[in-house]
Design a protein around this ligand. Structure first.
Ligand code: F1P
Length: 338
C-alpha cells in the first residue's frame, strides 16, 4: 500500500496511542498553562500546521466563549514583524518536523523578546524544542509521507483534548475515548461512500464550513492540492454564494462540513449547488436530503479535525484516478527551509 494511504488508515491506531498516553504527553504543557494561569494562546505554524493553528485558536475561543483568547499566525507573519505581540499570551509553535525555518525563527524571536513560548511537534530532537518553555512531542507518529495526514490530526487531537481539559468542562478521558471510537467509523464509512461516488472522476472540489470546520476545509484544500494537483477551493459556507460559485459545473463536488447549529442554512447552499448540476456532500450529524457522511452530534465542534479524514481520502482517490503518486508530491519537500 502507498505510504500516504497507509498513514491515513493508521489514524485510529495513533489516536488510540494518544488516548492511552495523554497524561504523559501533555504533562509539561498542562503544568505551564496551569502555573502561569494562561488565558490567551497564539498558535503559530506553516502550511498544514498553520491551519492546525487556526483550528485550535477557534476552539479555544469557543471554549472560553470569547473572541480574544485564541489567535493564529503563520510563522512569516511573526518574522516579518507584521503582528503586534503581547506578554500575557503563550505562543505555541506547531511543526511536525520542528524544523520549518519560519516557525522556528518566529519562536526564537518571541523567546528572545521575553514572550512565553511552547511547542507542539512530532520530533523531540528538533530545533523548535530549545525555543519552548514546554512542549508536546508525538515522537511515535514517525510520518514518512511529505504530505501531513496522521500527524495533523493527531496533533490536533492531543491539543484539542488539552484545551478541553484546561478550559472546558466534562471529562477529558470520555472525550478521548469517543474520538477514537468515531475515527474507526469515519474512516470506514468515508472510504466506502467515496468509492461508491466514484469521487476520483470529479475535477473540481469545494470544501465549506465555519470556524474549526473552515480550518479543516483549508487543510483539505492543501491535501487535495498536494496529492492530486486538482482545482480546489475553500470558503465559509454561505460566502461561497458571493462570487466563487461561478466556477460550479457538473464535475464539481462540494463538501459542506456542518453541524446542528448551521446545517439548516447550509443545506440551502447544497440545494443551490445541485441546481447548477454540481454534487453536494454533507459531513453532518443530521439526516439530510443530500449525500451524507454521518458524524456524531457535535454542537461544540469537538471532532473538528475528523472532518479532514474524508478530504484526505478524496485527495488520494483523485490522485489514483489521475495516475499520480501522493508519496511523491510535485515541487514539495517534507520540510521548508528558508
Ligand atoms: C509544514 C509544511 C507542511 C507541508 C509540507 C512542508 O511542516 O509546510 O505543512 O505539507 O510537508 O512542510 P511542519 O512545520 O509542520 O514540519
Amino acid at each position: 500500500m502507498m505510504i500516504t494511504k497507509k498513514e491515513i488508515f493508521e489514524q485510529t491506531m495513533t489516536f488510540r496511542y494518544v488516548d492511552d498516553h495523554y497524561d504523559q504527553l501533555v504533562s509539561d504543557m498542562k503544568a505551564l498553562l496551569r502555573e502561569k494561569k494562561i488565558k490567551k494562546i497564539a498558535f503559530i505554524g506553516c502550511g498544514s500546521s498553520y491551519y492546525l493553528a487556526m483550528g485550535l485558536a477557534k476552539h479555544l475561543n469557543r471554549l472560553t466563549k470569547s473572541e480574544s483568547n485564541g489567535f493564529y499566525f503563520s510563522g512569516s507573519e511573526i518574522i516579518l514583524n507584521l503582528r503586534k505581540t503581547e506578554k500575557d499570551t503563550l505562543y505555541v509553535g506547531i511543526s511536525r518536523s520542528g524544523e520549518s525555518t519560519e516557525t522556528v525563527n518566529a519562536l526564537k524571536k518571541l523567546k528572545r523578546t521575553r514572550h512565553l513560548t511552547g511547542a507542539l511537534t512530532c520530533e523531540s530532537g528538533s530545533k523548535i524544542i530549545p525555543e519552548a518553555s514546554a512542549y508536546i512531542s508525538l515522537d511515535f507518529i514517525k510520518e514518512e509521507s511529505v504530505v501531513m495526514t496522521k500527524s495533523f490530526t493527531s496533533m490536533a487531537f492531543v491539543f484539542t483534548a488539552l484545551l478541553q481539559d484546561v478550559f472546558g468542562s466534562g471529562d477529558v478521558k470520555t472525550y478521548l475515548n469517543s474520538i477514537v471510537e468515531e475515527t474507526e467509523t469515519i474512516l470506514g464509512n468515508s472510504d466506502e461512500f467515496l468509492n461508491k461516488l466514484n469521487v476520483g472522476t470529479f475535477d473540481h472540489f469545494v470544501f465549506l464550513g465555519y470556524d474549526e470546520y473552515l480550518a479543516a476545509s483549508m487543510e483539505g484544500l492543501i491535501k487535495v492540492t498536494e496529492t492530486s494537483l486538482t482545482e480546489v477551493d475553500a470558503f465559509q459556507t454561505l460566502e461561497y454564494r458571493h462570487g466563487p460559485k461561478s466556477k460550479l459545473h457538473q464535475g464539481t463536488l462540494v463538501v459542506i462540513s456542518s453541524n446542528e447549529k448551521t446545517v439548516e442554512l447550509e443545506e440551502k447552499v447544497a440545494q443551490e449547488v445541485e441546481s447548477y448540476q454540481a454534487k453536494a456532500l454533507l459531513l453532518s450529524s443530521k439526516e439530510s436530503p443530500f449525500d451524507l457522511i454521518t458524524f456524531t452530534p457535535d454542537p461544540e465542534y469537538r471532532n473538528w479535525f475528523l472532518r479532514v479524514i474524508p478530504l484526505q481520502l478524496i485527495g488520494i482517490k483523485r490522485a489514483a484516478f489521475k495516475g499520480l503518486n501522493p508519496d511523491e508530491p510535485r515541487n514539495l519537500s517534507k520540510v521548508v527551509i528558508l
